[in-house]
Design a protein around this ligand. Structure first.
Ligand code: CUA
Length: 313
C-alpha cells in the first residue's frame, strides 16, 4: 500500500500536505469502489434480465422509493464528508502560523523573484530554513502566474496589482521544484524555480552573504553568472539564435532599429537602459514582454552584465 501511495503522489515534505493527501486518496478510493461496483452491476443486470423469449414483455415500474432514497442519501453523506474535510484543509492552508518567516515573491514573465527581509533578492531560487513555517506574499509584475510546489501541495495564483499568499513548512533539507501553473506566454513552461531548504544556521549564513557576495569577482565571469542567475538566457541566446529576445551575440556596438523608427547604437547606456527599463526603447519586431530589472540589480551587477555582453562576439 505504501508503495502504491508513493507511486501516486510525490513524497510529502510539508505538514500542509497531510490533509490534502488524505482527501485525495479518500476521493480516489471511493470513486474506484463505486465505478467497479456500478460497472459490475450493469453487466450483471444486462445479463440476468436479458430478453429470453419473443413474447416477453418488460414490466412497467414507475418508481421505487426505498431505492431512490438510498441512492440519494449515500452520495449526500459522501459529499458532506468531502466538504467538511476539504473545508478543514482550506482553513489550515489559509491560517498562517504567527511565527512564519515572510518572503516576498514577484512573478515576472518568465522568472520568479524572491525578496528577503534583509533586502536580498534571489531569482528562481527560494532559500528557506527547515522546520519553520514560511509565508509567501506574492504578486505579479505583468500577467497572471501561479505558484505551485507539488512537494508541499500548495498552489496559488499570483496576480498583478494584488497580493496573494500561501504558507508551507519544509520538514527536510534538500530541493523541491516550483512550477508556474497558469499559462502566461511563450516561455511559460520555462518558468521554473527551486526551493532550497537549509538548516537554520546555514540559512542565516546564506542570507547574510547572498547578493553582494560575488561582486568582487572578475566582471565578465560575474556577468555570465548573473545572466544565468537572473534567467536572461531564458530569452536571450549567446550563440546568435533567436529565442524570444535579441541574441547577446554581436549585440554590443550593433545598430538597432527601434519600434519608433529611430536607429540607435547598442552602447553601454543603451544596454543599461534595456536591462532596467526594457520597454522604454523597444526594438522593432519584438513584443514588450521583458520585465524591468530596476530595483532588482545594483549598478555593479549591471556593469558586470554589460562587460559580459561585450565579450560575446
Ligand atoms: Cu508564469 Cu506560466
Amino acid at each position: 500500500m505504501k508503495r502504491f501511495i508513493e507511486y501516486m503522489l510525490p513524497p510529502a515534505k510539508s505538514p500542509t500536505a497531510e490533509i490534502t493527501d488524505a482527501l485525495f486518496y479518500f476521493i480516489n478510493v471511493a470513486s474506484l469502489i463505486f465505478i467497479i461496483s456500478i460497472t459490475a452491476a450493469i453487466i450483471w443486470f444486462a445479463w440476468k434480465y436479458r430478453r429470453k423469449s419473443d413474447d416477453e414483455v418488460t414490466p412497467v415500474i414507475s418508481h421505487n422509493s426505498k431505492l431512490e432514497i438510498t441512492w440519494s442519501v449515500i452520495p449526500l453523506i459522501l459529499v458532506m464528508i468531502v466538504f467538511a474535510w476539504g473545508f478543514q484543509g482550506y482553513v489550515n492552508l489559509r491560517t498562517v502560523p504567527s511565527d512564519a518567516y515572510e518572503v516576498r515573491v514577484v512573478g515576472k514573465s518568465w522568472l520568479w523573484e524572491f525578496h528577503y527581509d534583509n533586502g536580498n533578492v534571489s531569482i528562481n531560487e527560494l532559500h528557506v530554513p527547515v522546520n519553520r513555517p514560511v509565508k509567501l506574499i506574492m504578486s505579479s509584475d505583468d500577467v497572471i502566474h501561479s505558484f505551485y510546489v507539488p512537494d508541499y501541495r500548495v498552489k496559488r495564483d499570483v496576480l498583478p496589482n494584488r497580493y496573494s499568499s500561501l504558507w508551507f513548512e519544509a520538514n527536510e533539507t534538500g530541493e523541491s521544484v516550483v512550477f508556474c501553473t497558469e499559462y502566461c506566454g511563450r516561455a511559460h513552461s520555462n518558468m521554473l524555480a527551486t526551493v532550497i531548504v537549509h538548516e537554520q544556521e546555514e540559512f542565516e549564513t546564506w542570507l547574510a552573504s547572498a547578493g553582494a557576495a560575488n561582486d568582487d569577482m572578475d566582471p565578465v565571469e560575474r556577468g555570465e553568472q548573473l545572466t544565468n542567475q537572473y534567467a536572461c538566457v531564458t530569452c536571450h541566446s549567446v550563440d546568435g539564435s533567436e529565442i524570444l529576445g535579441p541574441s547577446f551575440q554581436g549585440l554590443f556596438g550593433s545598430e538597432r532599429t527601434l519600434a519608433s523608427g529611430e536607429t540607435v547604437t547598442a552602447d553601454e547606456n543603451y544596454i543599461r537602459e534595456s536591462i532596467l527599463e526594457p520597454n522604454a526603447k523597444l526594438v522593432e519586431g519584438y513584443d514588450p514582454v521583458m520585465p524591468a530589472f530596476a530595483g532588482s540589480l545594483n549598478d555593479r551587477q549591471v556593469d558586470a552584465i554589460i562587460e559580459y555582453i561585450k565579450t560575446i562576439e
